[in-house]
Design a protein around this ligand. Structure first.
Ligand SMILES: *[C@@H]1O[C@H](CO)[C@@H](O)[C@H](O)[C@H]1NC(C)=O
Ligand SMILES: *[C@@H]1O[C@H](CO)[C@@H](O)[C@H](O)[C@H]1NC(C)=O
Length: 274
């Protein structure tokens, strides 16, 4: 969710449990615009909040010219002071797989990763497993959520011939009819399914626009809900897989964005709920 339009955008998703006081919304906008200036980002987004037991992590993203390329992520415990998070790596993902339960809200908290010890096949040894800092879990979780459910409307981004993905300056939004379809939204990450399409399926796609995976074939089926709210003024898309991920789009305008307000835990019961 772009820091620039923050109080307005937060208002549109307030019905989804994203509740912040007007003072906090204004403070977030001010401090994020300072982050944008100080780090020379082209755009800063409020990514969301991961609620822990003793505190919450507010998370922001700083973007450069390539909108799907690597992005900088920052977190704050007080919405004023922001710290850069390390770049997620494969090792972090492996080290944090199997960590369960709520976040504590303390970046220096250390988890003992018991599950990994079991996998190595030495469940009875007293030897302590490697400790994992909560900050590492935070980094891996944000990345996982973004890759799984970070989304944009079709046509909002343009792939340039040299590769980088830019915002489509002439984007005028989806029509209300388009905005009600899952196929009108794309995952904002390197496509996986697109590469598997047959030539016949590809013939229907415009390579300048359809360079990302749409939500249409996401598994499990039914992991998204699309709702028309405020008398047709706003479309709200929610993930049932990562509860707390809310995307909004105002049809026929450039306004769109997503935010995650949750506990950082995946809804593992989803396949049984559908
Ligand atoms: C950019 O936006 C315009 C207006 O909505 C649309 O017609 C065009 O197809 C978009 N371009 C790309 C590459 O998505
Ligand atoms: C696409 O192909 C890859 C490997 O070639 C496979 O792992 C993946 O499951 C396929 N995806 C779909 C949606 O068929």
């Amino acid at each position: 969710m772009d820091a620039e339009t923050l109080p307005y955008a937060l208002d549109l998703v307030a019905g989804s449990g994203v509740v912040l006081s007007p003072e906090r919304r204004a403070a977030l906008r001010t401090s994020l615009l300072l982050v944008r200036r100080d780090y020379r980002f082209e755009q800063v987004r409020l990514w969301g909040r991961i609620q822990g037991i003793r505190g919450a992590y507010y998370v922001a993203e700083g973007l450069g010219p390539d909108r799907i390329g690597p992005r900088s992520r920052l977190y704050s415990l007080n919405c004023v002071d922001w710290s850069l998070l390390p770049i997620p790596t494969e090792e972090m993902v492996i080290a944090t797989t199997g960590l369960k339960g709520r976040f504590q809200g303390d970046p220096s908290y250390e988890y003992e990763n018991l599950e990994r010890k079991d996998e190595v096949g030495k469940p009875y040894e007293e030897e302590a497993g490697p400790l994992v800092k909560e900050e590492t879990r935070l980094v891996a979780t944000i990345d996982q959520i973004d890759k799984a459910v970070g989304i944009v409307p079709r046509g909002a981004y343009v792939k340039t011939p040299l590769g980088p993905v830019h915002e489509n300056r002439s984007f005028e939004g989806l029509s209300l009819t388009e905005a009600k379809k899952l196929s009108s939204y794309f995952h904002l990450t390197d496509p996986v399914n697109l590469k598997n399409k047959t030539l016949l399926e590809k013939a229907d796609l415009d390579p300048a626009i359809d360079f990302l995976d749409s939500l249409e074939h996401d598994v499990p089926k039914g992991s998204w809900s699309i709702q028309v709210e405020r008398g047709g003024r706003v479309i709200v898309v929610r993930s049932l897989l990562w509860l707390g991920l809310t995307f909004y789009h105002v049809p026929n305008t450039k306004q769109h964005g997503y935010i995650y307000f949750g506990t950082g835990e995946k809804n593992l019961d989803l396949p049984f709920m559908l």
